[in-house]
Design a binder for this molecule. Structure first.
Ligand code: NAP
Length: 256
């Protein structure tokens, strides 16, 4: 089922977690993968290297590019590397995120700036820098959002940036319609990635949530893949919720 053979996808923040799951899904579907991570020399880089080895074993081309999306110059370099190494870009998956877990009114100025620079400006820098390439392929953009965009999560200022980005998705879908570039988001429920280990320190009752209400990274990756596939061609400007029904059951007793 190599439906994406010959396509190139860049997934920001794909060294681990949901981004890594998406990289593997797109590779299985036949695409060549650009893996991006932020921190040079650490465990993230080691995980990105291991992921690239796995993808090469699957017979795909893959490129690993370190870049911090919150820095405009770094984003420019990321996309010139994509052009130089892969020659084109079909899909941009905006997955990278980093934010403190803290009530929003308690954020220091530097934390507030990091929140906005990574999770809002950084994604927009990526969209702007990707456009010349995506125009050539009539490509697709998928943003990875979370339920914090619409519901209160304890100590989760990232939710405000997710809400802003879901609005950006609607705007860009309309303004890029003429270029035949589709722009959508996948809004994930709660996923047990590295960031969950921090979230559970601030969310007393989270462990009462039954296992079947936690979303697997693959479930989010599958919908991102669907939005980029031929089957998703009729969808633009939308945010699709993938939360196993968690948000549909606000009166659910924890543990049910
Ligand atoms: N976990 C959940 O419950 C959940 C639910 C719904 C949606 N989401 C969303 O899904 C996405 C992935 O979440 P996750 O839990 O898989 O995250 P994660 O495990 O914390 O991984 C984050 C990835 O983003 C990279 N990154 C962070 N800041 C970056 C920057 N400035 N530039 C480039 N890369 C950067 C990290 O690289 P380094 O390690 O090098 O920093 C890492 O590869 C996020 O947008 C998150 O908000 C998560």
């Amino acid at each position: 089922m190599e439906t994406l053979k010959g396509k190139v996808v860049l997934i920001t923040g794909s060294s681990r977690g949901i981004g890594k799951a998406a990289a593997k899904k797109f590779a299985l579907a036949g695409a060549d993968i650009v893996v991006n991570y932020r921190k040079p020399g650490g465990s993230s880089q080691a995980q990105a290297e291991e992921l690239c080895d796995n993808i090469r074993e699957m017979g795909r081309r893959t490129f690993m590019i370190q870049a911090d999306i919150s820095q405009k110059e770094s984003v420019k370099t990321l996309f010139s590397e994509v052009k130089r190494e892969a020659g084109k870009l079909d899909y941009l998956i905006l997955n990278a995120a980093k934010a403190p877990f803290k009530p929003i009114e308690k954020l220091f100025e530097r934390e507030l700036r990091q929140l906005v620079e990574t999770n809002y400006l950084g994604n927009i820098f990526c969209i702007q820098a990707a456009l010349p390439l995506l125009k050539q392929t009539e490509g697709k953009i998928v943003f990875i959002s979370s339920l914090g965009s619409r519901f209160y999560n304890p100590a989760y200022p990232l939710g405000s940036m997710k809400a802003a980005m879901e609005s950006v998705i609607r705007d860009c879908a309309e303004s890029l319609r003429g270029e035949k570039i589709s722009v959508n988001a996948v809004c994930g429920g709660i996923v047990k990635t590295d960031s969950f280990k921090v979230l559970r320190q601030y969310w007393d009752d989270i462990d009462k949530l039954p296992d079947n209400l936690f979303v697997e990274p693959d479930e989010i990756a599958d919908v991102a893949l669907f939005l980029c596939s031929e089957a998703g061609r009729g969808i633009t400007g939308q945010t699709i919720v993938v939360d196993r029904g968690l948000s549909n059951a606000i009166c659910r007793t924890p543990g049910d």
